[in-house]
Design a protein around this ligand. Structure first.
Ligand code: AP5
Length: 210
């Protein structure tokens, strides 16, 4: 019998560790990682119509309108590499987005919600750096780059300031309950305020139990 492909959503506040855990999940389980934020940043960088529309919202830390993001994610999920199972990161983020997924017949089997207290998140945001060469996520205090060469090429996201992160956090708190309400039957809360390997151990166990 063919094994059912895994379809997982990972959610949580800004800088709760979604991207970091996705790196580890992909390595272990070989799912296709789809990050709504990465798709949007790629569209902005490419200067597409969708990207032009998204930019001002992302600059403020507000949700990008659904007419941009819903189709973008749906199209991505229809690509052939998603047939092996997928890991959807940062989507759905509002009740309307959850409703749109459900209406399209796109149903995850597991919804992971990373819990991290607000006061921890701002430090994580302002210390985050990204390696443009291989996409690795670093933190200047918690996971510093291993060599001076890597340190010299790291970049910072333009929405990773304290002020913008505070708005991203407020947007998260306004929307999360409605999304959680739609997925209560497959929801697993994970304590994200621990070492990343410990967080991953819990996630690994939950995925294996699927
Ligand atoms: P998006 O890119 O999704 O950003 P976000 O939700 O704010 O999440 P982050 O990427 O900031 O954090 P993360 O949880 O992945 O944490 P990470 O692992 O990097 O969205 C950006 C914008 O795009 C939104 O504001 C919006 O405008 C738009 N957008 C996106 N999705 C949308 C949607 N569905 N609808 C509409 N608009 C949308 O970790 C953070 C830092 O902490 C790193 O430095 C990391 O090294 C460190 N860290 C991670 N884990 C640990 C740990 N266990 N201990 C200590 N440090 C840790």
């Amino acid at each position: 019998l063919a094994k059912k492909q895994k379809r997982i959503v990972i959610a949580g506040a800004p800088a709760s560790g979604k991207g970091t855990q996705c790196e580890m999940i992909v390595k272990k389980f070989g799912l296709t990682h789809i990050s709504a934020g990465d798709l949007l940043r790629a569209a902005v960088a490419a200067g597409t119509e969708a990207g032009k529309k998204a930019k001002e919202y992302m600059d403020r830390g507000d949700l990008v309108p659904n007419d941009v993001v819903v189709t973008m994610v749906k199209d991505r999920l229809a690509q052939p590499d998603c047939a092996k199972g997928w890991l959807l990161d940062g989507y759905p983020r509002s009740e309307e987005q959850a409703q749109a997924l459900i209406e399209s017949g796109i149903n995850p089997d597991l919804f992971l919600l990373l819990d991290v207290p607000d006061e921890i998140l701002i430090d994580r945001v302002v210390g985050r750096r990204l390696d443009p060469v291989d996409g690795t996520i670093y933190h200047m205090t918690f996971f510093p780059p291993p060599t001076p060469e890597i340190a010299a090429r790291l970049t910072q996201r333009s929405d990773d300031t304290e002020e913008k992160a505070a708005n991203r956090l407020a947007v998260h708190h306004r929307n999360v309950d409605a999304v959680v309400g739609k997925y209560a039957n497959i929801m697993k809360n994970v304590d994200g305020n621990r070492a990343k390997q410990d967080v991953f151990k819990d996630i690994e166990r939950l995925i294996k139990a699927m």
